[in-house]
Design a protein around this ligand. Structure first.
Ligand SMILES: *[C@@H]1O[C@H](CO)[C@@H](O)[C@H](O)[C@H]1NC(C)=O
Ligand SMILES: *[C@@H]1O[C@H](CO)[C@@H](O)[C@H](O)[C@H]1NC(C)=O
Ligand SMILES: *[C@@H]1O[C@H](CO)[C@@H](O)[C@H](O)[C@H]1NC(C)=O
Length: 369
């Protein structure tokens, strides 16, 4: 059912031979979240919501993809995940939300392939931006000893494969576009700073942005710029009626008026200049055409749905990357028709109310071959 879409045009030797890494972004549905929001899962048999069942499904599914890096959101049983994934050769770091909620974000990496060089925790509470959190790690690919054995010259010529990987779960509240923007803005700025500090290394950003592809927040990520005053803060994430949402429509009248407080939260400054960021980001799925036989993508190539429960079906999860990386293949999400037939997630086969996004990225230069 699930298949990888290969970007045939890109599958030339340069990218086949270059170093490649499989990234996963997965909102695994917090155990507390599932029990507190029963209205979202009223039609799901309780056994499919059971964590012992779900955690094993998730582990089994992940192994199928041969991932190098895993970014999870809504993790409230980190020790369980950690124990399972250690058996599969992963190491991980966890960051819990501040405040009452007991879930958080976790990044895992395959321990024989990567070394953790640096870790940064972002607690948005410090900036007056609610209790959400995000993580940034600098990881380095392990040089393969057996390849370079007895050939020091060659091993010195191998490029150092370090990169920044980020993981975020943005505030859900559709009305608070100001806070969502503030969180995304800080996340991007800190990722950019970290990339610069480590020698302009590539950046991969995963997460649940609680914003749809037609939204102003998505536009901000793609175009590096947003004049927020053209938008209604309650519509900036496009979560409300996403299927009828008109792409990037300017608002007028009172709807667009932002209080000084909201402007400050969104932009972090008192000025009226457009909001900017400095990362040239591509969304991985838009770089690899979808399967022709199933309807899984929208016009720009984003999945049609990465999340599905009784109140929402749509796309809020993403893997972003900078230009030094090229998407080689992505895992197609489930077609809308298939999802509708299921009536909601999780199911006997799928362990969360989100689908895993999976993307293989290659270092775009061929000096590693
Ligand atoms: C999960 O729980 C957190 C904290 O209770 C909440 O902010 C978030 O909206 C919940 N997510 C879902 C999808 O219910
Ligand atoms: C290192 O290279 C050898 C031979 O090419 C290969 O069999 C092995 O899987 C590689 N190990 C890693 C960690 O990539
Ligand atoms: C990013 O780096 C700049 C320049 O060093 C600094 O002024 C800014 O505060 C940093 N941003 C964040 C969010 O840490």
């Amino acid at each position: 059912m699930l298949e990888f879409s290969n970007h045939l045009l890109l599958l030339n030797c340069i990218f086949i031979c270059a170093d490649r890494i499989v990234f996963v972004s997965y909102n695994v549905l917090g155990v507390e979240n599932a029990s507190k929001h029963q209205d979202l899962y009223y039609n799901i048999p309780p056994k499919f919501l059971d964590w012992d069942h779900r955690k094993n499904l998730i582990r089994k599914e992940l192994n199928f993809y041969h991932p190098g890096i895993l970014c999870f959101q809504e993790v409230d049983r980190f020790d369980d995940l950690d124990n399972l994934l250690q058996k599969d050769g992963f190491r991980g770091v966890y960051l819990a939300r501040t405040g009452e909620a007991c879930d958080g974000c976790a990044i895992f990496w395959k321990n024989d392939l990567f070394t953790l060089l640096h870790q940064e925790n972002i607690k948005f509470e410090m900036y007056g931006l609610r209790h959400n959190v995000a993580q940034l790690c600098v990881l380095k690919m392990t040089q393969n000893e057996s390849n370079t054995d007895g050939n020091t010259q060659m091993s010195q010529a191998l490029p150092s494969r370090s990169f920044v990987v980020g993981n975020i779960h943005v505030l859900f509240n559709p009305n608070r576009g100001d806070i969502k923007l503030g969180q995304v803005r800080l996340f991007l700025e800190k990722a950019h700073n970290l990339s610069q500090e480590w020698g302009s290394i590539p950046v991969v950003l995963c997460g649940d942005l609680n914003s749809v592809p037609q939204s102003a927040i998505y536009q901000f990520l793609v175009s590096c710029e947003l004049d927020i005053q053209l938008h209604d803060r309650r519509k900036i994430s496009g979560q409300i009626c996403p299927l009828e949402y008109h792409p990037f429509q300017s608002q007028s009248g009172n709807a667009a008026r932002w209080s000084n407080e909201e402007l400050w939260l969104a932009t972090g400054s008192r000025g009226v200049a457009p909001l900017m960021h400095h990362l040239k980001l591509c969304s991985a799925y838009t770089g690899v055409p979808g399967s022709f036989s199933f309807r899984t993508r929208d016009k720009i190539g984003e999945p049609l749905a990465t999340s599905y429960h009784s109140k929402f079906m749509g796309t809020v999860d993403y893997i972003w990357h900078t230009e030094e990386l090229v998407p080689v293949r992505v895992l197609d999400t489930l077609p809308i028709k298939t999802l509708r037939t299921m009536g909601g997630l999780p199911t006997k086969k799928w362990g969360s109310d989100h689908l895993a996004l999976v993307c293989e990225l290659a270092f775009a230069d061929d000096s590693g071959t």
